[in-house]
Design a protein around this ligand. Structure first.
Ligand code: CA
Ligand code: CA
Ligand code: CA
Ligand code: ZN
Length: 533
């Protein structure tokens, strides 16, 4: 067998006194011995560290330079051996003349303390650790290489502390670096920006008008990945069209793009999803926490103008969102973008719920996603309640139901759905249009979902009357409750989950009775909606 032949060769090399370390199992064939002579460091200092065999048999091997057992930081030789060929050095960052270091005078614990205070750490995601290494240059300095996985400030900090005198030699953040792009977009959608639909009724397909141009606002697109110029970032990868094209610009300045340009929609998608995830993180849900509790804390793949249909969807199988371009391009409307992201969040919190095909979960999911669109509208500057509760004000400009002007707005508008529908669950079940659902006809779950979104929104309004921080409390309670959802969730179950999440976050009275600080407000509203009794 091939492996046995190689091991024999390695033993022969060792016996011949080539002095390789033992970390690798198959490093020092005579061919390798010859190859490593080309490295800068004396070959006795090269320790086999990792060996990778590619399909077809080529071998890539890494060697770490060690002096007196201590690794020289960043000093490696990498060899490549094509099938049937002999190994040769590809890259070499090893150093000549490094002195054997003495022992550390600073303790590991002391080095970690120095590193943490140099970063200004207030919280960790995992314990800090430290190992000794040699920082090359001037014959080499013995250092503690301290790794600090910090939560606040968020970063993977690597701090080199001089093991002789305790001074900080270097400090880096190894978390990915991000860049910020620029664009002029709709903060929510054109109707919200215009305080009503007046002068917008005649939309003429995907064309620009002076007004539609003017309603765009300067926005930043933060968290774009380093080393690329497209809409790929920490939490979103926004693509466009049925062949999922990238939208790229070397200077990351997309300010001249308007709605008639196909690049507009992926920009809007990036902007909205990134800001939603930032808000989620600010509410304390993050996979960077010591105990990860993130909600869709990953790169969300989202495709704008994906097809001609006037529909958008989140796929729990592929975890991808697709936005249609029927009627108004769906991804020109922040409400549509965020409604679908709401489904991605639900799936991330409870995949049983996200993957359920049952009726109850569908109604809860639709209502919750509308609630999320309303929340994100509320968080936009200068929006009024009418902007928030009218869902899809822009996408629904043709198909929605008309609602007259509500002060302080300037004109009326059409809405696809609303989060201020004053119905009970029984009334909705009786009056909502019947649609095919799971082989039968049932009240449209989007319509029944309005009872749920309205309940959530009314609770939020009650809390918000005590200040904006209380409104954030409600969003946090809602997000926490979604972790408890099952694949058979009913509106009643979801209301009970909300009560329990409130107690978890705002305990009061007897522990475990799901009667927290906001019990009365939540229970009263859910009773009014006929969801609880
Ligand atoms: Ca467009
Ligand atoms: Ca549309
Ligand atoms: Ca709206
Ligand atoms: Zn939906």
């Amino acid at each position: 067998m091939h492996a046995r032949v190689r091991r024999g060769a390695w033993l022969a090399a060792l016996i011949a006194g080539f002095g390789f370390g033992t970390a690798g199992s198959s490093a020092a064939t005579p061919g390798m011995h010859h190859a490593l002579r080309a490295a800068t460091a004396p070959r006795a200092e090269l320790t086999a560290a990792k060996r990778i065999v590619l399909p077809g048999g080529a071998v890539i091997e890494r060697f770490q330079q060690r002096v007196g057992r201590t690794p020289v930081l960043g000093a490696e030789a990498i060899t490549n051996q094509a099938p049937g060929g002999s190994p040769r050095i590809l890259t070499d960052t090893t150093r000549p003349t490094i002195q054997v270091p003495g022992s550390a005078r600073i303790s590991r614990g002391r080095a970690i303390a120095v590193a943490k205070s140099s970063v200004g750490v207030q919280g960790l995601r995992a314990p800090a650790s430290a190992t000794l290494g040699i920082q090359p240059g001037d014959g080499g300095t013995l250092v503690w290489r301290v790794q600090v996985p910090a939560a606040h400030p968020l970063g993977d900090f690597e701090v080199l502390v001089d093991a002789g005198n305790g001074s900080v030699v270097a400090r880096d953040d190894l978390l990915r670096n991000f860049h910020t792009g620029r664009a002029k977009l709709y903060r929510v959608n054109p109707v919200v920006q215009n305080r009503g639909a007046r002068h917008l009724w005649n939309i003429q397909g995907d064309r620009d008008t002076p007004l539609l141009r003017k309603l765009r606002r300067r926005v930043k697109l933060p968290n774009l990945d380093d080393g690329q110029h497209c809409l790929a970032g920490r939490w979103v990868r926004a693509l466009r069209g049925h062949n999922q094209k990238e939208t790229c610009k070397p200077n990351l300045d997309w300010s001249r793009i308007t709605r008639s340009d196909r690049r507009f929609e992926p920009l809007e998608v990036y902007f909205q999803i990134n800001r939603a995830q930032r808000y989620i993180q600010s509410l304390g849900f993050s996979d960077s926490n010591p105990t990860p509790n993130g909600i869709a804390d990953r790169v969300q793949r989202a495709v704008a103008d994906a097809y001609r249909l006037d529909n958008s969807a989140y796929s729990p199988f592929t975890q991808t969102i697709t936005y249609g371009r029927g009627g108004v391009d769906d991804a020109e409307d922040g409400d549509v973008i965020l409604h679908e992201y709401g489904h991605a969040m639900q799936d991330s919190e409870s995949s049983a719920f996200g993957h359920s095909s049952r009726y109850g979960p569908a109604a809860v999911a639709e209502g919750s996603s509308d609630y999320w669109a309303a929340v994100m509208s509320w968080r936009s500057p200068h929006t009024a309640n009418e902007d928030d509760v009218c869902i899809f004000d822009w996408d629904a400009i043709r198909y929605g139901r008309f609602f007259p002007r509500v002060p302080p707005e300037k004109s009326g508008r059409r809405c696809g759905r609303r989060t201020d529908v004053n119905r009970t669950l029984d009334e909705a079940t009786a009056r909502c249009p019947r649609v095919p659902f799971g082989g039968r006809y049932a009240p449209d779950p989007h319509c029944v979902g309005e009872v749920w979104s309205t309940g959530l929104w009314n609770i939020r309004r009650s809390l918000a009357s005590e200040g904006r921080a209380r409104a954030r409390d409600m969003d946090q309670i809602y997000l926490a409750s979604q972790f408890m959802y099952t694949g058979k969730e009913t509106l009643k179950d979801a209301a009970n989950a909300l009560l329990c999440a409130d107690e978890d976050l705002h305990p009061k009275g007897r522990p475990g009775d799901c009667r927290g600080e906001h019990y009365a407000v939540i229970h009263r509203e859910m009773t009014r909606r006929g969801i609880l009794h």
